[in-house]
Ligand binder design. Structure first.
Ligand SMILES: *Cc1c(COP(=O)(O)O)cnc(C)c1O
Length: 434
């Protein structure tokens, strides 16, 4: 298993942020999400320092759906990073953290009127409009509240990137955004520009997630620059911004290619500067929206091994006290992970095992038929790279309580989300009259 950030081998016991996982298990119980705060901050600093140009301003926007908590919002604010939201619940959580709502940007392909009202009431930084109908809805909400909103329009640029490669599609059937080939696009932008309650900032795109093909992003930049220039000329307007979205891939297992944040961001800036010059476009600001690549490798999940089963059919299982409720990704899309026995790093014996959760689903497997150090009942099994889309996709299936989340740094552990209690599980549950 690969070590990330501040992970260290302390005489056979793994420590993160200079805190031994055995101590964390004792204090907070398992399953437990452990976030390496220093690594999150390192990643934020890397983005801030390398996505920079002399020619235009830049902004990093953290995609909050990867992992959202009030403490995470505090870190976002500390590094002068903006944050995006996709629902009223995310907006509410961000607002509750106390950060400046001007740093918040609202996404979503089906924003309700209530959500648009909330954006206007909270006075957020901008709304990324998804489609034609939403232009009308937002216009009405702004007019009713007598407020002006800054908006971008999400466009589908026909670059369809899936993990290791990208294809230029002609289908343009994504549920997100409006296609650049759609004849109505000019009318939509015109409609926004002419609306006195909206200020058009420019186009937004997001070509997918967990993408390793840096070429796809470079290609995306070119299309965004060309489309922006075309729209400026068609409507005789000045468009100040471009938002390139996120989706930068991270290491989960040795099958993944690594993307180094700093050199990749420098390449993005180079391609931006080159294309802006080539197409004679002068934008004030360019934004990107990394989510996974800020928190993914910084998070790990610690479980206690409760049982080991050698089946008649040959598969050997290690049973853990969590599973698909705290990490749905393997069941959802065969996501791969690395793991180790974190309380006995010097275990030499290895064996091929399947790590299974405790839910009533045969597909509740976190790791399938992979070589791991030999575990025994009572051991602490740690799965790495669970910082993104782990807690945020967690559920209460089988009435399992959601684990706690703890930030660790410089020998100190800070609880940032408490473990759910049984009382939490039934707090909205009502009896009927019989
Ligand atoms: C999910 C999402 C992101 C972040 O994607 P990552 O793969 O986590 O970097 C950015 N922008 C938009 C619009 C998204 O939907």
């Amino acid at each position: 298993m690969r070590f990330f950030g501040t992970m260290r081998d302390n005489n056979g016991v793994l420590s993160i942020g200079e805190v031994k996982v055995t101590e964390l298990a004792k204090k907070y119980g398992t399953p437990l999400y452990i976030m390496d705060q220093e690594l999150i901050e390192e990643n934020m600093k890397k983005y801030k320092n390398s996505f920079k140009s002399k020619n235009f301003k830049t902004q990093i926007v953290y995609a909050s759906k990867a992992f959202l908590s009030k403490a995470m919002c505090q870190l976002v604010e500390k590094y002068d990073i903006d944050i995006d939201a996709v629902s009223a619940g995310e907006l509410y959580t961000i607002k509750a953290s106390g950060i400046d709502m001007k740093k918040v940007h609202m996404h979503g392909n089906n924003k309700s009127i209530e959500e648009l009202e909330m954006c206007v009431e909270y006075g957020i930084g901008s709304i990324i409009i998804d489609n034609e109908l939403e232009i009308e809805n937002l216009s009405k909400v702004c007019a009713k509240n007598n407020k002006k909103m800054k908006v971008m329009l999400r466009i589908n640029i026909g670059i369809d990137a899936h993990t290791h490669e990208y294809i230029k599609t002609s289908k343009h059937s994504s549920k997100f955004g409006e296609s650049i080939f759609d004849k109505r696009l000019v009318e939509m932008v015109k409609r926004i520009v002419e609306d006195k309650n909206m200020e058009f900032l420019g186009f937004h795109c997001h070509i997918g997630s967990q993408i390793f093909d840096t070429q796809a992003f470079h290609e995306g930049i070119k299309v965004m620059v060309v489309e922006t220039k075309k729209m400026e000329e068609k409507l005789g307007i000045k468009i100040p911004e471009i938002n390139l979205g996120g989706g930068f891939g991270v290491y989960y297992t040795a099958e993944d290619v690594e993307i180094d944040i700093e050199s990749f961001m420098k390449s993005m800036i180079e391609v931006l500067e080159k294309n802006l010059h080539k197409y004679d476009l002068d934008v004030e600001r360019v934004s990107i929206e990394p989510g996974r690549s800020i928190v993914g490798n910084a998070g790990s999940t610690l479980y206690t091994v409760g049982g080991i089963k050698q089946t008649y059919g040959g598969t050997k299982y290690i049973f853990i006290d969590g599973g698909m409720t705290d990490n749905i990704r393997p069941a959802l899309y065969q996501a791969q992970y690395e793991a180790t026995i974190a309380n006995r790093l010097n275990e030499k014996d290895k064996e091929i095992v399947t790590v299974a959760g405790k839910c009533c689903e045969s597909g509740d497997l976190i790791i399938k038929n992979k070589e791991l150090p030999k575990g025994k009942v009572g051991d602490l099994l740690l799965v790495t790279t669970t910082g993104a889309y782990g807690y945020s996709m967690a559920s209460n299936y089988n009435k399992l309580t959601r684990p706690a989340v703890v930030f660790v740094k410089n020998g100190k552990a800070s609880l940032v989300i408490k473990r759910e209690t049984f009382e939490d599980l039934i707090k909205n549950d009502l009896l009927i009259e019989l």
